[in-house]
Design a protein around this ligand. Structure first.
Ligand code: KG4
Ligand code: ZN
Length: 341
C-alpha cells in the first residue's frame, strides 16, 4: 500500500510518501516570510500553499521513487487550522484522488501529531500519554491505540508555543519566539525572576498560559525593559538571557508536572511529546529527567516530525486505509475540528 499524505493547515506545505507503513519521503516548505509580520498571516499562508503544493507533492513522489499511478490512496488534513490554508491541501488531495480513482482520507491534524512518534524507532507502545505542544495547541491525550483517544487536558487560553511567541514579541527578539527564547535561555539564570506556575489545582490536567504571559508583561513594565542601548549591549544580553530562562522555566515546570501526572493517573509508562514546542531543549531535558525518576520513558520525534509535516499525515491515512476507513470527496475543511469529534 503506497500512501501520499498532505499537510497545509498552517504555515508548512508538506507532503510525504509511506509504503506499507514505512516512510519513503517527507518534503516540507516552511513559510519563513511570516516572521516579518510577527505571526502567521492567514491570507498570505493560503497563497503560499497554492504556489508550493504542486512542487512539494512532486518532489515527495520523486524522492520516494514512486509514480503517482502507483499510489493506493491519498490523505490530507481537513482541520483544525486556518481555513484558507487547509482548503489548498484538502482540495488538491481530493482532486488528485478523484483523478487517479483511488481512495481519499481526511486526516485530523491533532491525530496526525499523535502519530509523529510512530514514524521512526524507538516508538512508544500503547497505551501512552501524548503531550502535544504547538503554536496552536496544548493537549494531553491518552492514546490507547490507533483511533482510541481520551482527552486528558487542554489549554483554556493560549497554547504553549503561542506564549513563547508572545513573550518573544514583548522582549523584541523576533518570531517564531520558541527557538529564540530557547537559545537565549541557555545562557540565563532560571531563578532570576520567579514567574507564576499556572497549575490550576493539584489534580488538574488543564493548562492556562495567558496569566503567565501577563505577569511577564507587568515585570517588563516594572523594570522599564527597553531594547539594547548603545554601549550597554552585554548588560542587555544578560538581562534578556535571564528573563528568557525564567519564563521558560515556568512553562517547562508546568508541562513536565502535568505530563508526569497524566502518566501516573493513566497508569502508563510511556510519554510521547509532539508539536513545535517539543523541540525545546529544556523541556526535553527536564521531562526525561523527571520521567526516569518514576520509571517512565520519554519519546520525542526527530525535529522534522516535531513541527507540522506530511509524514504524520501519511501515517494516519495509511492506518485508516488499512482498516478500510475512507472519506467522502464531499468532506469540507473544519477549522475548529476537535480530536473527540
Ligand atoms: O507545531 P508547530 O510547527 O506549528 C503549529 O503551531 O501547529 O509549532 C510552532 C510553535 C511556535 O509557537 C514556536 O515558537 C514553537 O513551536 N517552537 C518552540 C521551539 N521551536 C519551535 N518553542 C519552544 N522552544 C523551541 N525550541
Ligand atoms: Zn501542528
Amino acid at each position: 500500500m503506497i500512501i501520499l499524505g498532505i499537510e497545509s493547515s498552517c504555515d508548512e506545505t508538506s507532503a510525504a510518501v509511506v509504503r506499507d507503513g514505512r516512510l519513503l519521503s517527507n518534503v516540507t516548505a516552511t513559510q519563513l516570510f511570516h516572521s516579518k509580520y510577527g505571526g502567521v498571516v492567514p491570507e498570505l499562508a493560503s497563497r503560499a500553499h497554492q504556489l508550493r503544493i504542486i512542487p512539494v507533492v512532486e518532489e515527495s513522489l520523486q524522492i520516494a521513487g514512486v509514480d503517482k499511478e502507483e499510489l493506493s490512496g491519498i490523505g490530507a488534513v481537513y482541520g483544525p487550522g486556518l481555513i484558507g490554508a487547509i482548503l489548498v491541501g484538502l482540495s488538491f488531495g481530493k482532486s488528485m484522488a478523484m483523478g487517479l480513482s483511488i481512495p481519499f482520507v481526511g486526516v485530523d491534524h491533532m491525530e496526525a501529531h499523535l502519530f509523529s512518534n510512530l514514524i521512526d524507532d524507538p516508538k512508544p507502545s500503547f497505551p501512552f500519554v501524548n503531550l502535544t505542544v504547538s503554536g496552536g495547541h496544548t493537549q494531553l491525550v491518552l492514546v490507547r491505540g490507533p483511533f482510541d483517544y481520551e482527552m486528558l487536558g487542554e489549554t483554556k487560553d493560549d497554547a504553549a508555543g503561542e506564549a513563547f511567541d508572545k513573550v518573544a514579541k514583548m522582549l523584541g527578539i523576533g518570531y517564531p519566539g520558541g527557538p529564540l527564547i530557547d537559545k537565549h535561555a541557555s545562557k540565563g539564570d532560571p531563578s532570576f525572576v520567579h514567574f507564576p506556575r499556572p497549575y490550576l489545582g493539584d489534580d488538574s490536567l488543564e493548562f492556562s498560559f495567558s496569566g503567565l504571559k501577563t505577569s511577564v508583561l507587568y515585570h517588563l513594565r516594572k523594570i522599564g525593559y527597553a531594547p539594547a542601548e548603545a554601549g550597554k549591549r552585554d548588560e542587555h544580553e544578560r538581562l534578556l538571557a535571564n528573563l528568557c530562562a525564567s519564563f521558560q522555566a515556568a512553562v517547562v515546570d508546568v508541562l513536565v508536572a502535568k505530563a508526569i501526572k497524566a502518566a501516573e493517573v493513566s497508569e502508563v509508562r510511556h510519554i510521547a511529546v509532539a508539536g513545535g514546542v517539543s523541540a525545546n531543549s529544556e523541556l526535553r531535558r527536564r521531562l526525561k529527567e523527571a520521567a526516569s525518576h518514576r520509571g517512565c520513558e520519554v519519546f520525542v520525534p526527530k525535529f522534522e516530525f516535531c513541527t507540522d509535516n506530511g509524514a504524520m499525515v501519511a501515517m494516519v491515512a495509511y492506518a485508516k486505509l488499512q482498516q478500510g476507513m475512507t472519506s467522502s470527496l464531499e468532506l469540507t475543511a473544519e477549522p475548529g475540528l476537535s480530536l473527540e469529534h
